[in-house]
Design a protein around this ligand. Structure first.
Ligand code: HGY
Ligand code: MN
Ligand code: MN
Length: 411
């Protein structure tokens, strides 16, 4: 299966010695991964184009209305896993090979996409490529986003080639898509203990990222009495523990995994601590309760320690319910190759965000998941069995054969 060859070509790009991936948008390895995709698609006779936001699209057939779109992303979180994103891209190219080996000819165009900055790993806003294309983020805000070194999206994009002045809503592109299907590695244990190598998505939890800036007063760690301190680390510590307790009580998820401490010296009480809350819940009211609880805890703790705090949303995503028709159509197609004994194809909610989630407000969208026996993701430990990856290729090829067999909707 061409999957193995494609996978082997991509695997070393951006992988560090410990097996973790470091592919950050518009930087070295990400550029190499994008080049790999363009070459692999062109080698299949696909028409490869870069859209105004830097997303890549490889077309089977003349780009135009009525198209089916699939694909995912190639960027990673810091020290991420091999499968999150790349599995959807490699599987899409291998599914084109599979359809051709079956002698299949599409009745409408297929676009295989690679979205930029899905993880927000460098510039902080996830699904930036799909948010820009669908008009869900102000292009001026996107251009001004900065990475840890203070480099803006605009400068990083320009250095990589595409013109940042052109970014923004792309209704002509999005308007071409009748539907979008994303295949992704499952990022929890939902399939691990089932007889199903492939599941179908039902929904994405509402979730978001909030920046918390605690401003204190720099001072000497040795000579400053405790009563005289305005140490921003203390309210942050309180807030992290409060976030955990709130997540527990609302059956939600709350994580503080990134912080910048200024000046970050062992013997200097910080002047400023910036930290990011990642919060997610099965419904909007639980999410709001967690986030508001965290805000209140941060403000109370800041006051108690003579510190000020500002809490601001950096990105939010509402509950995504995938198109029920498309969801059920995919499940029926996938189930054709599943033994009765395995039971129905699992329909899975997820706490992970995806470009498919962003697109779903603009285009009928569906997702398929490939089993991850480790249940681990955003880690070098993330893994899927090659047999299940091959099952994913067959399942996506079956789904695309079904969807591409009918002519696109009338324009
Ligand atoms: O954070 C997420 O859920 C996704 O990996 N961007
Ligand atoms: Mn991810
Ligand atoms: Mn992903």
């Amino acid at each position: 299966m061409s999957f193995d060859r494609l996978w082997a070509e991509l695997a070393p790009i951006g992988r560090s010695d410990d097996g973790g991936y470091h592919r950050y948008t518009w930087a070295g390895a990400d550029g190499d991964a994008r080049a790999w995709f363009a070459e692999s698609a062109a080698a299949r006779g696909l028409d490869v184009r870069t859209d105004r936001n830097g997303n890549l699209w490889a077309w089977w057939g003349v780009p135009g209305p009525g198209a089916v779109a699939t694909g995912s992303h190639l960027d990673s979180v810091p020290d991420g896993g091999a499968f999150d994103g790349p599995l959807g891209v490699v599987t899409a190219l291998a599914a084109v090979d599979e359809l051709r080996s079956r002698g299949f000819t599409p009745s409408r165009p297929l676009a295989v996409g690679v979205f930029v900055e899905e993880e927000g790993g460098r510039f902080g806003v996830p699904c930036l490529g799909s948010r820009l294309a669908t008009g869900e983020i102000d292009p001026a805000r996107a251009r001004a986003l900065t990475d840890a070194a203070g480099i803006t999206w605009a400068d990083a994009m320009a250095a990589a080639g595409p013109d940042p002045d052109g970014i923004g809503p792309d209704p002509d592109l999005i308007g071409m898509f009748d539907l979008f299907v994303e295949l992704h590695v499952e990022q929890g244990r939902a399939l691990a203990d089932t007889a199903h190598p492939v599941g179908v998505a039902s929904s994405i939890w509402p979730h978001g990222r909030w920046r918390m800036d605690f401003t204190g007063r720099a001072d000497h760690a040795g000579t400053t009495r405790l009563v005289d301190r305005s140490d921003p680390m203390l309210p942050l510590a309180h807030t992290i523990l409060a976030a955990r307790a709130l997540a527990q009580s609302h059956d939600a998820r709350a994580t503080v995994a990134k912080a910048h401490i200024t000046p970050n010296g062992t013997n200097a009480i910080p002047s400023l601590v910036s930290a990011w809350l990642d919060a997610r819940a099965a419904d909007q009211s639980a999410l709001a309760a967690v986030v508001e609880g965290v805000r209140e805890a941060a403000e109370r703790a800041a006051h108690d320690h003579g510190v000020t705090v500002a809490v601001a949303a950096e990105s939010t995503t509402p509950l995504v319910e995938f198109s029920h028709d498309l969801r059920d159509r995919l499940a029926a197609t996938v189930s054709d190759r599943v033994p009765e004994s395995a039971g129905p194809v699992p329909l899975l909610p997820t706490g992970a965000g995806h470009d498919a989630g962003v697109l779903s407000a603009h285009v009928p969208t569906a997702m398929m998941y490939v089993r991850n026996p480790t249940g681990v993701s955003h880690s070098p430990m993330e893994w899927a069995d090659p047999k299940d990856c091959h099952a994913g290729v067959t399942a996506l090829a079956d789904v695309l054969a079904d969807l591409l067999a009918e002519p696109g909707r009338a324009v």
